[in-house]
Design a protein. Structure first.
Lengths: 332, 159, 769
């Protein structure tokens, strides 16, 4: 299977990369590990004229702790994140999520955290070969006006199946985007457009530079459901963060459900309902988990393999398990 | 666009004029005639095209040839000694029934080599983890895992 | 290993040894040449255009732009295919379709060009106007009167095939039964997923003789198919040479010829150049055939003691739009239906129904896994109803040596009872229960000594020896990774007192290899093995004759061992075999040692009533499994697996275990994860990410105890073992899940969502009570 033709540009510095991005804009795609991008190009889902490689930009590959934050360069390989004691200790959900991505030879060495966050939304009607898609009217994501996943839907219902994004959103991460003329840091939750066609609020001249995870005495967990142990996207996943108070009550909670909607779903209301609850309040956990299921069910469509009913009921399971596991870690 | 790249392939210095959109798999198989690296899916889902780049096992179908510039690349063709002696992993796959149709074998062996080079004492679960991206339809993996464990236990004594 | 026959304790030098696969080193070094790796001088690249509808009329095809593209040598449409060029035993499948298309995999045009890229570009330039027709995707609906017809000329969607049998009196037996279970089961499309995708290179010589390099399990029958194609093309009395490169997996997928092979022939003839067609993974998923899906209605009964009284089964098979071997799988389903356990009254009928889905082919087990899933699942239900232990009911009804089953199968050797023993030894089937953990057991019968489904079930072998004591054996049998090369070499080496490395097995070329019906029905060890043994025996006789002269001894007193011939009671009197060969060669009226042998087993074609001893011997086995069911997610984890098989004799335990392990894991995929997902006839998961094969991380440890029954007809007592490993896996798993959490799944694959839904239903049913 061959790739369509493109020109490869290998900037030596970040500034050079941003210059190129500013010149080519929509005609360019950023190449980090390539494990998502190159597959999409082979399927004809993307036809960029140039690829701007981050290969030489070692300045974007780091994991460090700095004044109460963990900072991760966007080009950091997943393998480095899995190997990092810092991440294992202080951002466990991210560690758990990265461990589950793909398979070791594919994603861990080549795949990057930035690439995982920026992986395109998926849908089993859209992620098909060129020929398969050419045999029918184009769907929203393919430039048409139809949704095959939900009848008469006026918009794209593709699903964000990023493990990393779900975990990071639970951790309350921010991300920094840079362009030739600007640099901005935003809440990861604000990075999503809720548009399945263009799921990320990223300007065509912007590049994801850094992920910033606050460290404030909270604990986290990531749970996912997939049919196999490897080479699988999650059919449902959940990231949870709990910060205990001195009285061992929940001072802060964040529940994020992934693989159900167009973006990871941060369930703010349900999360705050856990405030003040005891760490061993399984009934409260169960209630929050069920509420998460109801709340995320409205976003999901039947488009990633398993039936919708099953995925919905599993939301509750994944959230509950993640809550329990986080509480266990705190107690330990 | 054509670019000239240089790399070390199985110990040999290579300089090659490549096109930007070539994958490393294309370069090895179609251009250089190294048929040992197989294409099973072209999408990084089966591992038949696994080669080692700078000590890491990667899928060459999703690795641009241009990124091989200045790299150290190992393929299945480079494992056996020039006198024909098989690498201990190759020998172990042969001896323990790790090979049936053989189409996944080069990739399987390269993934195993990257693992044992890095961690000569890798346990059963670590081996399963390292081979998780290499699909095999013939063996049910049982004798493949046996092969890697037997090679590990011999600890490269054949080398 | 238990050995049931005390007479078989003869010491062997080669038989029974764990000798690595002969081509393994080549493969380990990446030197083995698959079809992917073969390039011929001047070769063009062919590509196929598939249709975009499940059912549509072709209104117009315009290929002018494609023809005009530089680098394109030929463009073919249905118009260019001779009328009589049709594939499959039902002859309903032209390699390129004309007038209308009936499934998404229908070929509508093909191109040959100087590069794959140009060929692809040319396909994009072909303009086709379709008029969509209503499709039919459910075989039961396709049987209804007003259903749209897939092929109007056929007048009905139901194929005219004779799958029907009735032995004894099922109605009467049912009335007299104390317990009866009646259920419906369904099984899905699964596919072979050979790691090496399909491909072929066709070329004609100046006399219009064809050579085709192709992935096939049936060189001789493929040759016949291609000869028929040539004849349809007006090329009478031509030669066809089929060369089989090393195959990246078979499992039944290469048991019929495919459109791409016939298209390669048409293109090669149109261009008079070699043309290669190579599938990518998506094409492999979409345009090769699946295992036959089924809807199964089953009724089984027993008396108050648990003795089986009758079995009544009816099946509806989704034939897809065209007919290949999938439609003949009922002939093998009959085997477990009539002959797995002793049951006197049996009724079966199967209807194959045209739909606008993909069509099915042979796949490891050939219908047996589907039928066994229903039989072994309901057997557990019957045991429960009758209050009899699950293992006990199997022992009680087990097949035994000397049995003749209702279908006329003569059970020569049978280790079913011992296999059940082995399972019980390795796994406590009925022990104390832990929550969510359960065990299951299921047995199997399969052909183990050939299967006469074609006019001949034979295989030829030609053996020649050189001046240096080396052997070339040309076998009709096909190695596709399973290890027939070893079996052949080991048999010949043992018989001639040579080492395995002295034997070169040639199994890849119809120009030099004799006829064989194909690598199917687990027949190669038995049939090709007996053919090789026959040829070796003939040569051995000549060697002994010369030996007797040269060593001045009675031939009966001569032994061949360690490359030497010697006198048994005077071992000092000996001669290296190579020396003997030279003496035979370099003497007046010299002689080179050669022999041929054609072995056609003494089995019977089944007549109109499907009665007859299809195989010379039958393979048996029992599988036991322990699973853990996560009651929150429905996920099933396999904790322990035992697969005990009666193999007659293990010629090579290393390779034998490989067949069992591989079969079991293929069976586990069938049971738990694998399914070709379709939407209105379109394959929706044509990739390894969405088609869920087990990964190494999902791998389990499997125990594979071998029961040796030493079959009197098998080469050194061996029976076939290629397919049995995947036959009883699904029911063993289903039975274990029931044991663990009390729900039974009737529909494969047993996905977590089905288990969870069943658990919920069970829970709500209990609360209602």
């Amino acid at each position: 299977m061959r790739l369509p033709k493109f020109n490869y540009l290998g900037p030596k510095t970040l500034d050079e990369a941003l210059d190129l991005l500013d010149t080519y804009k929509d005609d360019a795609k950023i190449l980090a590990g390539g494990t998502d991008l190159l597959v999409r190009m082979k399927k004809g889902l993307l036809k960029p004229k140039v690829l701007i490689s981050l290969k030489a930009l070692n300045e974007l590959s780091y994991i460090k702790k700095q004044s109460g934050f963990i900072k991760i360069g966007a080009r950091t390989p997943l393998a480095d994140i899995i190997d990092s004691d810092l991440i294992q200790k202080e951002a466990k959900a991210l560690f758990q999520a990265c461990k589950k991505i793909g398979a070791i030879s594919i994603q861990h060495f080549r795949g990057t955290i930035g690439g995982n966050i920026l992986q395109d939304n998926r849908c089993h009607h859209y992620n098909q070969s060129d020929f398969h898609r050419s045999g029918r009217q184009a769907c929203h994501k393919d430039g048409g006006k139809i949704c095959y996943a939900r009848e008469e839907a006026d918009r794209c219902n593709s699903t964000c199946q990023s493990d990393g994004a779900t975990a990071l959103m639970a951790l309350g991460a921010d991300i920094t985007l840079v362009s030739k003329s600007n640099e901005r840091t935003i809440d990861l939750a604000d990075f999503y457009t809720t548009d399945g066609i263009m799921p990320h609020a990223c300007e065509s001249n912007e590049l994801l530079k850094e992920i910033i995870i606050p460290v404030f005495g909270a604990h986290s967990s990531y749970q996912r459901l997939a049919y196999r142990s490897a080479i699988d996207y999650p059919i449902v996943c959940a990231g949870v963060l709990l910060k205990p108070s001195l009285k061992n009550e929940i001072a802060e909670a964040r529940i994020v459900v992934g693989a159900m909607g167009r973006s990871p779903l941060f369930l703010a209301q349900i999360s705050s309902s856990l405030k003040g609850k005891k760490l061993n309040d399984t009934i409260a956990f169960k209630k929050a988990a069920d509420a998460s299921m109801d709340s995320s069910a409205t976003f999901a469509v039947h488009n990633v393999g398993a039936t919708l009913e099953y995925r919905c009921s599993m939301v509750s399971q994944m959230v509950f398990q993640a809550l329990e596991q986080t509480a266990e870690t705190i107690k330990a | 666009m054509a670019t000239n790249i240089s790399f070390l392939l199985n110990g040999d210095k290579i300089s090659y004029e490549i096109k930007d959109h070539w994958t490393l798999l294309h370069l090895l198989r179609e251009e250089m005639g190294l048929i040992g690296t197989k294409e099973g899916c072209g999408n990084g889902e089966c591992g038949a095209c696994t080669v080692i780049v700078d000590k890491l096992a990667i899928n060459s179908c999703l690795y641009l040839a241009i990124d091989a510039d200045e790299k150290i690349i190992e393929t299945i063709e480079g494992l056996a000694s020039t006198d024909g002696t098989l690498h201990p992993l190759q020998q172990s796959f042969v001896d323990n029934g790790g090979i049936q149709c053989g189409f996944c074998s080069p990739g399987m062996i390269m993934s195993s080599k990257a693992l044992l080079d890095e961690n000569p004492k890798a346990g059963h679960e670590e081996i399963k983890h390292a081979l998780a991206g290499n699909i095999c339809r013939c063996t049910g993996y049982v004798q493949i895992l046996d092969s890697v464990e037997a090679a590990r236990d011999k600890g490269g004594q054949n080398e | 290993m238990s050995n049931l026959n005390p007479d078989t304790n003869r010491e062997f030098d080669v038989i029974g040894k764990r000798i690595p696969k002969l081509d393994a080193a080549q493969k380990a070094m990446g030197r083995a040449e698959y079809i992917q790796d073969i390039k011929l001088p001047g070769m063009l690249f062919g590509k196929i255009l598939y249709c975009k509808y499940a059912h549509a009329s072709i209104v117009k095809i315009d290929t002018s732009k494609a023809r005009a593209l530089a680098g394109v040598h030929a463009v073919l449409t249905g118009q260019d295919v001779p009328k009589k060029m049709k594939m499959g035993f039902y002859k309903d499948n032209p390699p390129i379709k004309k007038g209308k298309v009936c499934s998404f995999r229908d070929e509508v045009a093909a191109v040959a060009a100087i590069s794959p890229e140009i060929a692809k570009k040319a396909l994009d330039l072909i303009e086709i106007e379709y008029e969509e027709l209503p499709g039919i995707f459910d075989p039961e609906k396709a049987m209804e009167k007003d259903s749209p017809l897939v092929h109007e000329y056929h007048k009905s969607n139901v194929l005219k095939l004779p799958w029907k049998l009735h032995y004894g009196d099922v109605e009467k037996a049912e009335k007299e039964s104390d317990f009866v279970v009646e259920e419906k089961f369904t099984t899905q499309w699964v596919t072979h997923c050979c790691l090496g995708t399909s491909g072929a290179i066709a070329l004609f010589d100046s006399n219009d003789n064809l050579t085709i390099h192709t992935n096939t399990q049936i060189p001789s029958l493929a040759q016949k198919d291609f000869l028929e194609s040539l004849k349809a093309m007006g090329l009478e009395n031509k030669r066809v040479r089929v060369i089989k490169p090393i195959i990246g997996g078979g499992f039944g997928s290469k048991l019929d010829t495919y459109a791409y092979e016939h298209i390669a022939i048409l293109l090669a003839y149109a261009c008079r150049k070699p043309v290669k067609i190579m599938f990518d993974r998506v094409e492999e998923f979409k345009a090769t055939s699946t295992r036959q899906p089924t809807v199964i209605y089953i009724k089984q009964g027993c008396d108050k003691n648990g003795k089986l009284t009758f079995r009544d089964m009816r099946m509806i098979l989704d034939n897809g739009a065209y007919t290949s071997w999938g439609a003949t799988t009922p002939s093998v389903m009959m085997m477990p239906i009539t002959s797995l356990y002793r049951v006197d009254n049996v009724k079966y009928n199967a209807k194959c129904v045209y739909t606008n889905n993909t069509y099915s082919q042979a796949m490891r087990g050939y219908g047996n896994p589907q039928a066994t899933f229903a039989i072994e699942s309901t057997l557990d239900m019957l045991a429960q109803k009758a209050g009899i232990d699950r293992v006990e009911i199997r022992r009680l009804n087990r097949n035994q040596p000397g049995d003749v089953t209702p279908q006329g199968f003569k059970i020569s050797s049978c280790g079913l009872s011992e296999c059940i023993d082995e399972v019980e030894k390795e796994l406590t089937i009925d022990g104390p229960k832990e929550k969510g953990i359960g065990t299951g057991i299921a047995s199997l019968i399969h052909v183990g000594g050939g299967a006469r489904i074609y006019k001949s079930d034979g295989c030829g072998a030609i053996l020649k020896m050189d001046d240096y004591g080396k052997v070339d054996i040309f076998t009709g049998g096909t190695d596709m990774g399973q290890g027939l090369d070893n079996i052949t070499a080991q048999i010949v080496a043992e018989e001639l007192g040579l080492f395995v490395e002295d034997i070169n097995v040639v199994h890849s070329d119809t120009d030099v290899c004799p006829w064989d019906v194909g690598a199917h029905a687990s027949r190669s060890t038995f049939v090709a093995g007996n053919a090789a043994l026959g040829a070796a025996k003939k040569v051995k006789e000549t060697i002994l004759e010369y030996g007797s002269k040269l060593l001045d001894a009675d031939p009966k007193n001569l032994v061949l061992k360690d490359r030497t011939i010697f006198v048994l009671d005077d071992p000092e009197k000996s001669m290296p075999i190579d020396k003997l060969l030279r003496k035979a060669h370099f003497s007046p009226q010299g002689k080179m040692l050669m022999a041929d042998f054609f072995y056609d087993p003494d089995n019977e074609n089944m007549g109109k009533e499907f009665k007859g001893n299809m195989s010379v011997t039958y393979a048996f086995g029992a599988h036991g499994v322990k699973v853990k069911v996560d009651e929150e997610t429905g996920k099933v984890k396999v904790l322990d697996y035992v697969a005990a098989h009666d193999v007659g004799r293990a010629i090579n335990p290393l390779l034998l275990e490989g067949q069992v392990y591989g079969g079991v894991v293929m069976g586990l995929g069938y049971a738990l994860t694998e399914e070709v997902v379709t939407k209105d006839g379109q394959n929706m998961n044509a990739n390894f990410r969405d088609y869920k094969l087990f990964t190494a991380k999902d791998a389990i440890r499997i125990k594979a105890p071998v029961v040796e029954t030493y079959d009197e007809y098998g080469p050194f007592g061996a029976k076939g073992i290629g397919e049995p490993g995947c036959v009883p896996t699904a029911p063993a798993i289903a039975n274990a899940i029931y044991d663990a959490v009390g729900v039974r799944i009737f529909d494969l694959p047993i996905t977590p969502e089905k288990v969870l839904a069943a658990l919920k239903e069970k829970k709500s049913a209990t609360t209602k009570i």
